[in-house]
Design a protein around this ligand. Structure first.
Ligand code: SF4
Length: 254
């Protein structure tokens, strides 16, 4: 799958030489293109907005489309990168500070402006998010990674028919982990997506070994039912390889 971010909307607060605040500027670009195409919108950005107020300001022009958002600090550094099925809904959740974990509250308090990239699908957003995190190493994504209480996505390595599942806590021998995700909701969304696209099993080995018929996940097209040989081992292995590439942010993986 090619990343086909349809529009890049950059909303940055930039200081002019005389100290006046201009923007956020909203510019449309194509991937690989040379810059703004057309239809630039300029908005007044009140100077000195920070935290929830800065996020509320960015929300004014934020679409409900899928995409990736970036929180930026006072020096323009990327604090955090996240993806969303609906950018506006997801980013709105950061304005309900009382419901956020302590780390995310700190991140919100340091946010001065936001950048977003809209995508055609949530799958594209997931891939783009992984690429940004790898490239930009945002501080709050890394803090989350070091916190064992946040959920991860786990793919077992040693079983002939690997399992994809949520995981919290220490690294597991014989399994690959991706994450961390900011919430159980975020990891569940991604797990559902992986199941829909790659049809990998999510049941435990004990359940897998005890089945004589596929479970409901096969009926609703979320699993290829390797438990009862509805898929050849080499075909399942190919799906695992594609899912691995996709989660690792390799272009062309889905
Ligand atoms: S269909 Fe079989 S392999 Fe797939 S989740 Fe259900 S029990 Fe597991």
């Amino acid at each position: 799958m090619k990343i086909a971010a349809s529009k890049e909307r950059l909303m940055t607060a930039q200081k002019t030489e005389n100290g006046a605040s201009e923007t956020p500027s909203v510019s449309d670009t194509q991937p690989g293109g040379s810059g703004p195409q057309s239809g630039n919108e300029i908005q007044e950005q009140p100077e000195g907005l920070k935290g929830v107020e800065a996020i509320r300001h960015a929300l004014r022009t934020m679409p409900y489309a899928p995409g990736v958002y970036r929180m930026l600090g006072a020096r323009g550094e990327v604090l955090y990168v996240g993806k969303a099925l609906s950018l506006r809904k997801r980013v709105t959740s950061y304005t309900h500070v009382a419901r956020l974990p302590e780390r995310l509250r700190r991140m919100v308090s340091e946010t001065v402006t936001m950048e977003i990239v809209t995508t055609h699908t949530e799958a594209e957003a997931l891939l783009l998010e992984a690429n940004y995190i790898k490239r930009m190493k945002p501080r709050f994504n890394i803090l989350l990674r070091d916190d064992k209480s946040y959920p991860w996505l786990m793919l077992t390595d040693e079983h002939p028919f690997p399992q994809i599942a949520k995981h919290r806590g220490k690294a597991v021998k014989g399994a690959s982990l991706w994450g961390p995700f900011a919430s159980a909701w975020a990891v569940n969304q991604t797990l559902n997506l992986i199941q829909r696209v790659f049809l990998l099993r999510s049941c435990t080995d004990a359940v897998f070994n005890s089945r004589s018929r596929p479970c409901l996940l096969y009926q609703i097209k979320r699993c290829s039912a390797p438990c009862v040989d509805r898929i050849a081992p080499q075909d399942y292995a190919l799906l695992v390889e594609q899912a691995r590439d996709f989660l690792s942010g390799k272009d062309g993986a889905a």
